[in-house]
Design a protein around this ligand. Structure first.
Ligand code: SF4
Length: 316
Protein backbone atom coordinates (compact mmCIF):
# COMPACT_ATOMS: atom_id res chain seq x y z
CA UNK A 1 0.00 0.00 0.00
CA UNK A 2 1.48 3.37 -1.06
CA UNK A 3 -0.07 6.60 0.11
CA UNK A 4 0.72 10.28 -0.48
CA UNK A 5 -0.10 13.09 1.91
CA UNK A 6 -3.11 15.02 0.68
CA UNK A 7 -0.94 18.11 0.02
CA UNK A 8 1.53 16.00 -1.99
CA UNK A 9 -1.25 14.44 -4.08
CA UNK A 10 -2.59 17.92 -4.86
CA UNK A 11 0.85 19.33 -5.67
CA UNK A 12 1.57 16.40 -8.02
CA UNK A 13 -1.74 16.93 -9.82
CA UNK A 14 -3.28 13.63 -8.66
CA UNK A 15 -6.06 15.46 -6.86
CA UNK A 16 -7.88 18.46 -8.17
CA UNK A 17 -7.65 20.94 -5.31
CA UNK A 18 -5.48 23.81 -4.12
CA UNK A 19 -2.77 23.89 -1.43
CA UNK A 20 -2.53 27.15 0.48
CA UNK A 21 0.99 26.06 1.50
CA UNK A 22 2.47 23.77 -1.17
CA UNK A 23 4.72 21.02 0.21
CA UNK A 24 8.41 21.34 -0.74
CA UNK A 25 8.87 17.63 -0.08
CA UNK A 26 6.67 14.84 -1.43
CA UNK A 27 5.48 12.81 1.57
CA UNK A 28 4.97 9.12 0.83
CA UNK A 29 3.76 6.49 3.33
CA UNK A 30 4.48 2.85 2.55
CA UNK A 31 3.12 -0.29 4.20
CA UNK A 32 -0.03 -1.25 5.99
CA UNK A 33 -0.27 -1.64 9.74
CA UNK A 34 2.91 -0.89 11.73
CA UNK A 35 4.34 -3.51 14.13
CA UNK A 36 5.16 -0.82 16.66
CA UNK A 37 2.85 0.21 19.44
CA UNK A 38 3.70 3.90 19.98
CA UNK A 39 0.98 5.37 22.19
CA UNK A 40 0.61 8.57 20.13
CA UNK A 41 0.56 7.09 16.62
CA UNK A 42 -2.46 6.41 14.42
CA UNK A 43 -0.61 3.54 12.70
CA UNK A 44 0.33 1.58 15.83
CA UNK A 45 -0.99 -1.94 16.43
CA UNK A 46 -3.46 -0.84 19.10
CA UNK A 47 -4.77 2.26 17.35
CA UNK A 48 -8.31 2.21 15.98
CA UNK A 49 -7.77 5.29 13.79
CA UNK A 50 -8.47 5.29 10.06
CA UNK A 51 -5.53 3.76 8.20
CA UNK A 52 -5.26 6.75 5.89
CA UNK A 53 -4.17 9.09 8.69
CA UNK A 54 -0.74 9.79 10.13
CA UNK A 55 -0.62 12.50 12.78
CA UNK A 56 -3.44 14.66 11.42
CA UNK A 57 -2.55 14.43 7.74
CA UNK A 58 -4.83 12.41 5.38
CA UNK A 59 -3.03 10.04 3.03
CA UNK A 60 -4.95 8.81 -0.07
CA UNK A 61 -3.70 5.63 -1.75
CA UNK A 62 -2.09 5.42 -5.22
CA UNK A 63 -0.30 2.82 -7.34
CA UNK A 64 3.45 3.25 -7.85
CA UNK A 65 2.75 3.59 -11.59
CA UNK A 66 0.43 6.58 -11.00
CA UNK A 67 2.92 8.19 -8.64
CA UNK A 68 5.79 7.81 -11.10
CA UNK A 69 3.65 9.21 -13.94
CA UNK A 70 2.73 12.21 -11.76
CA UNK A 71 6.40 12.88 -10.97
CA UNK A 72 7.36 12.63 -14.65
CA UNK A 73 4.62 15.10 -15.59
CA UNK A 74 5.24 17.42 -12.63
CA UNK A 75 5.86 20.96 -13.85
CA UNK A 76 5.74 22.65 -10.45
CA UNK A 77 8.77 24.07 -8.71
CA UNK A 78 7.97 23.35 -5.09
CA UNK A 79 8.86 19.70 -4.58
CA UNK A 80 12.59 19.16 -4.18
CA UNK A 81 12.79 16.07 -1.97
CA UNK A 82 10.89 12.84 -1.34
CA UNK A 83 10.29 11.64 2.21
CA UNK A 84 9.21 8.03 2.61
CA UNK A 85 7.64 7.05 5.90
CA UNK A 86 7.79 3.26 6.19
CA UNK A 87 5.67 1.18 8.54
CA UNK A 88 7.69 -1.12 10.78
CA UNK A 89 7.51 -4.53 9.12
CA UNK A 90 9.70 -6.62 6.83
CA UNK A 91 7.04 -6.47 4.15
CA UNK A 92 6.88 -2.65 4.30
CA UNK A 93 10.66 -2.38 4.08
CA UNK A 94 10.67 -4.58 0.96
CA UNK A 95 7.95 -2.40 -0.56
CA UNK A 96 10.08 0.68 0.12
CA UNK A 97 13.02 -0.91 -1.70
CA UNK A 98 10.79 -1.80 -4.64
CA UNK A 99 9.34 1.70 -4.77
CA UNK A 100 12.77 3.36 -4.78
CA UNK A 101 13.99 0.98 -7.47
CA UNK A 102 10.87 1.76 -9.50
CA UNK A 103 11.24 5.56 -9.43
CA UNK A 104 14.94 6.28 -9.03
CA UNK A 105 15.97 6.41 -12.70
CA UNK A 106 13.21 8.86 -13.57
CA UNK A 107 12.93 11.04 -10.48
CA UNK A 108 16.02 13.03 -9.73
CA UNK A 109 15.41 14.14 -6.13
CA UNK A 110 17.06 13.26 -2.83
CA UNK A 111 15.09 10.72 -0.81
CA UNK A 112 14.69 10.74 2.97
CA UNK A 113 13.53 7.55 4.60
CA UNK A 114 12.00 7.38 8.04
CA UNK A 115 11.82 3.78 9.23
CA UNK A 116 12.38 1.55 12.23
CA UNK A 117 15.75 0.17 11.18
CA UNK A 118 17.79 -1.55 13.85
CA UNK A 119 20.68 -3.16 12.01
CA UNK A 120 23.65 -1.56 10.29
CA UNK A 121 23.14 -3.82 7.26
CA UNK A 122 19.58 -2.50 6.81
CA UNK A 123 20.80 1.09 6.96
CA UNK A 124 23.54 0.23 4.47
CA UNK A 125 21.01 -1.51 2.20
CA UNK A 126 18.82 1.59 1.95
CA UNK A 127 21.73 3.95 1.37
CA UNK A 128 22.90 1.63 -1.42
CA UNK A 129 19.38 1.64 -2.83
CA UNK A 130 19.63 5.41 -3.29
CA UNK A 131 18.38 6.95 -0.05
CA UNK A 132 20.03 10.27 0.88
CA UNK A 133 19.07 10.56 4.53
CA UNK A 134 17.69 8.06 7.05
CA UNK A 135 15.53 9.12 9.96
CA UNK A 136 15.41 6.94 13.05
CA UNK A 137 12.75 8.36 15.33
CA UNK A 138 13.54 8.85 19.00
CA UNK A 139 10.33 10.85 19.56
CA UNK A 140 10.33 10.86 23.38
CA UNK A 141 12.98 12.99 25.09
CA UNK A 142 13.72 10.91 28.16
CA UNK A 143 14.22 7.26 29.05
CA UNK A 144 11.08 6.78 31.16
CA UNK A 145 8.80 8.34 28.58
CA UNK A 146 10.48 6.58 25.69
CA UNK A 147 10.07 3.17 27.27
CA UNK A 148 6.51 3.88 28.39
CA UNK A 149 5.31 5.35 25.11
CA UNK A 150 7.36 3.41 22.56
CA UNK A 151 7.89 0.20 24.53
CA UNK A 152 11.56 -0.21 23.52
CA UNK A 153 14.92 0.25 25.28
CA UNK A 154 16.06 3.90 25.23
CA UNK A 155 19.82 3.41 25.58
CA UNK A 156 19.87 0.79 22.83
CA UNK A 157 18.08 3.17 20.50
CA UNK A 158 20.31 6.13 21.33
CA UNK A 159 23.47 4.04 20.97
CA UNK A 160 22.35 2.73 17.63
CA UNK A 161 21.48 6.18 16.27
CA UNK A 162 24.84 7.52 17.49
CA UNK A 163 26.78 4.65 15.95
CA UNK A 164 25.00 5.08 12.62
CA UNK A 165 25.66 8.84 12.65
CA UNK A 166 29.39 8.14 13.06
CA UNK A 167 29.36 5.58 10.25
CA UNK A 168 27.23 7.65 7.86
CA UNK A 169 28.29 11.24 8.43
CA UNK A 170 25.54 13.89 8.03
CA UNK A 171 23.16 11.22 6.79
CA UNK A 172 21.21 10.36 9.95
CA UNK A 173 18.28 12.33 11.29
CA UNK A 174 15.72 11.95 14.05
CA UNK A 175 12.48 13.47 15.32
CA UNK A 176 11.62 14.73 18.80
CA UNK A 177 7.97 15.15 19.74
CA UNK A 178 7.46 18.01 22.19
CA UNK A 179 4.61 17.64 24.67
CA UNK A 180 4.72 13.96 25.59
CA UNK A 181 5.44 14.79 29.24
CA UNK A 182 9.16 15.61 29.09
CA UNK A 183 10.78 18.75 30.58
CA UNK A 184 12.56 21.47 28.63
CA UNK A 185 15.80 20.34 30.28
CA UNK A 186 15.23 16.81 28.91
CA UNK A 187 14.93 18.28 25.44
CA UNK A 188 18.01 20.44 26.00
CA UNK A 189 20.12 17.44 27.07
CA UNK A 190 18.95 15.20 24.25
CA UNK A 191 19.19 17.91 21.61
CA UNK A 192 22.75 18.88 22.58
CA UNK A 193 23.75 15.21 22.58
CA UNK A 194 22.27 14.65 19.11
CA UNK A 195 23.76 17.83 17.74
CA UNK A 196 27.21 16.93 19.10
CA UNK A 197 26.88 13.61 17.33
CA UNK A 198 26.01 15.19 14.01
CA UNK A 199 22.41 14.05 13.92
CA UNK A 200 19.81 16.26 12.20
CA UNK A 201 16.86 16.85 14.51
CA UNK A 202 13.39 18.06 13.66
CA UNK A 203 10.77 18.99 16.20
CA UNK A 204 7.12 18.05 16.17
CA UNK A 205 4.40 19.21 18.52
CA UNK A 206 2.47 16.31 20.02
CA UNK A 207 -0.88 16.12 18.24
CA UNK A 208 -3.61 13.91 19.74
CA UNK A 209 -5.24 11.60 17.22
CA UNK A 210 -8.59 9.97 17.92
CA UNK A 211 -8.36 6.22 18.41
CA UNK A 212 -4.84 6.27 19.90
CA UNK A 213 -3.89 5.68 23.56
CA UNK A 214 -3.01 9.37 23.88
CA UNK A 215 -6.15 10.74 22.22
CA UNK A 216 -7.09 12.66 25.39
CA UNK A 217 -3.69 14.30 25.95
CA UNK A 218 -3.52 17.99 24.97
CA UNK A 219 -1.07 19.58 22.58
CA UNK A 220 1.79 21.37 24.36
CA UNK A 221 1.06 24.98 25.43
CA UNK A 222 2.28 27.30 22.71
CA UNK A 223 4.52 29.23 25.15
CA UNK A 224 6.37 26.02 25.92
CA UNK A 225 6.75 25.08 22.26
CA UNK A 226 8.01 28.53 21.22
CA UNK A 227 10.64 28.40 23.98
CA UNK A 228 11.80 24.98 22.79
CA UNK A 229 11.98 26.25 19.21
CA UNK A 230 14.08 29.23 20.27
CA UNK A 231 16.33 27.13 22.51
CA UNK A 232 17.04 24.53 19.82
CA UNK A 233 17.59 27.26 17.21
CA UNK A 234 20.20 28.78 19.52
CA UNK A 235 21.84 25.41 20.28
CA UNK A 236 22.24 24.95 16.50
CA UNK A 237 24.16 28.24 16.50
CA UNK A 238 26.50 27.28 19.31
CA UNK A 239 24.78 28.82 22.36
CA UNK A 240 25.43 26.90 25.56
CA UNK A 241 23.71 25.92 28.79
CA UNK A 242 24.76 29.21 30.44
CA UNK A 243 22.39 30.99 28.03
CA UNK A 244 19.38 29.06 29.29
CA UNK A 245 17.91 29.23 32.74
CA UNK A 246 15.85 26.20 33.75
CA UNK A 247 13.70 26.12 36.88
CA UNK A 248 12.42 22.65 37.74
CA UNK A 249 13.17 21.67 34.17
CA UNK A 250 11.12 24.55 32.69
CA UNK A 251 12.92 27.08 30.50
CA UNK A 252 12.25 30.27 32.45
CA UNK A 253 14.78 32.63 30.88
CA UNK A 254 16.96 32.83 27.80
CA UNK A 255 19.85 35.27 27.37
CA UNK A 256 19.15 36.85 24.03
CA UNK A 257 21.87 38.83 22.24
CA UNK A 258 21.43 41.14 19.26
CA UNK A 259 22.05 38.43 16.68
CA UNK A 260 19.28 36.23 18.06
CA UNK A 261 17.03 39.23 18.59
CA UNK A 262 17.29 40.02 14.86
CA UNK A 263 16.53 36.42 13.94
CA UNK A 264 13.50 36.42 16.24
CA UNK A 265 12.22 39.55 14.52
CA UNK A 266 12.51 37.75 11.18
CA UNK A 267 10.68 34.73 12.65
CA UNK A 268 13.46 32.25 11.82
CA UNK A 269 13.41 30.25 15.10
CA UNK A 270 9.75 29.38 14.50
CA UNK A 271 10.17 28.00 10.98
CA UNK A 272 10.29 24.25 10.42
CA UNK A 273 13.72 22.64 10.52
CA UNK A 274 14.85 19.16 9.52
CA UNK A 275 16.03 17.67 6.25
CA UNK A 276 16.75 20.29 3.57
CA UNK A 277 13.55 21.42 1.80
CA UNK A 278 11.17 19.72 4.21
CA UNK A 279 8.28 22.00 5.18
CA UNK A 280 5.63 19.46 6.41
CA UNK A 281 2.55 21.71 6.04
CA UNK A 282 -0.21 21.05 8.59
CA UNK A 283 1.40 18.03 10.27
CA UNK A 284 0.63 19.51 13.68
CA UNK A 285 -2.07 22.02 13.01
CA UNK A 286 -5.40 22.62 11.35
CA UNK A 287 -5.70 25.54 8.92
CA UNK A 288 -6.70 28.54 11.04
CA UNK A 289 -5.62 27.03 14.39
CA UNK A 290 -2.43 27.69 16.41
CA UNK A 291 0.57 27.18 14.17
CA UNK A 292 3.35 25.30 15.94
CA UNK A 293 5.77 24.95 13.03
CA UNK A 294 5.68 27.53 10.26
CA UNK A 295 6.09 25.87 6.86
CA UNK A 296 7.09 29.16 5.23
CA UNK A 297 8.53 32.54 6.29
CA UNK A 298 6.41 34.29 8.91
CA UNK A 299 4.53 37.49 8.14
CA UNK A 300 5.22 40.48 10.42
CA UNK A 301 1.92 39.84 12.25
CA UNK A 302 2.93 36.21 12.81
CA UNK A 303 6.32 37.32 14.15
CA UNK A 304 4.56 39.62 16.64
CA UNK A 305 2.26 36.77 17.64
CA UNK A 306 5.17 34.33 18.09
CA UNK A 307 6.99 36.87 20.30
CA UNK A 308 3.86 37.24 22.43
CA UNK A 309 3.52 33.48 22.62
CA UNK A 310 7.13 33.20 23.81
CA UNK A 311 6.00 35.29 26.75
CA UNK A 312 9.54 36.52 27.39
CA UNK A 313 8.77 39.99 26.19
CA UNK A 314 11.18 41.64 28.67
CA UNK A 315 14.04 40.00 26.90
CA UNK A 316 13.05 41.11 23.38
S1 SF4 B 1 12.66 16.14 8.47
FE1 SF4 B 1 11.11 16.02 6.84
S2 SF4 B 1 12.09 14.99 5.09
FE2 SF4 B 1 13.35 14.61 6.93
S3 SF4 B 1 12.59 12.66 7.71
FE3 SF4 B 1 11.48 14.29 8.84
S4 SF4 B 1 9.58 14.58 7.65
FE4 SF4 B 1 11.02 13.45 6.32
Amino acid sequence: MIRLSLGTAIELGLLNNKNDIPPTTAYVMIGDKCNNNCAFCSQSTESSTRRDKLSRVIWPEYSKEDILKAFKEYKGEHIKRICIQSMASEKSHSMVEEFIEFIKNDVNMPISLSAKLEKDEDIQKFFSAGVDKIGIAIDAANKTLYEEIKGNNYEEKLNFVTKMAKTYENKISTHIIVGLGESHKDIYDLYVYLKNNNITVSLFAFTPVKGTKMENTSQPPIESYRRVQLMTYMIDRGYLEKDFNFEDGYLENIKIDNIIKKDIHKGHPFEIRGCKNCNRPYYNERPGSTIYNYSRMLTQDEVKLAINELNMIDFI
